[in-house]
Design a protein around this ligand. Structure first.
Ligand SMILES: [Zn+2]
Length: 172
């Protein structure tokens, strides 16, 4: 539960707008190097780096770079893996399965209709357990609050209910 809530703490400190072109600035503590700081499992991590992990599913070997040159920006669409190509292929492959999340985030913020996939359901259940509102989760995944409510009540995706008791994070 405590571990789950890092996500909530993080997004609460990001000024997310409805426009994917805007910089979503981190409003929490900043380090001397100008990057935001977030405490994850007792370790201080750069906010934009953690954001990259949340949205793309892996930590780059080297830097997470900004296309916008705004060091506080946590808009996942402005972040990219700055690891030289020869070192990054393996990580990219590992991250590929979760890459769809970013498109859902963008589509959600643009209020387009999206379809949920099996991979989304454990994420949604974790966010529910963490106390996110139905509206917020719906926005992130680009679906209605009613769809999220149906998942919560087990009306849809019942066969994935066991995911709920799984450990939320992969081993680091
Ligand atoms: Zn930006």
């Amino acid at each position: 539960m405590v571990e789950d809530c890092v996500e909530k703490r993080f997004w609460a400190k990001v000024n997310v707008t409805d426009n994917e072109k805007d910089c979503w600035e981190f409003t929490g503590a900043t380090a001397e190097n100008g990057y935001g700081n977030i405490n994850v499992d007792g370790k201080t991590t750069s906010a934009h780096r953690y954001c990259f992990f949340l949205c793309y599913g892996y930590f780059p070997v080297q830097n997470v770079n900004h296309t916008c040159d705004n060091s506080l920006c946590c808009n996942p669409l402005h972040l990219y893996d700055g690891t030289p190509k020869e070192n990054s292929d393996d990580m990219v492959n590992r991250g590929r399965s979760t890459r769809g999340f970013i498109y859902k985030f963008y589509r959600g913020s643009a209020r387009w209709a999206a379809k949920l996939t099996e991979e989304d359901i454990p994420k949604i259940r974790r966010m529910l357990a963490c106390g996110y509102t139905l509206e917020y989760i719906g926005k992130v995944f680009g679906v209605s609050a009613v769809s999220i409510s149906n998942i919560k009540r087990g009306k849809t995706w019942k066969y994935l209910a066991r995911e709920l008791v799984r450990k939320p994070r992969r081993a680091q």
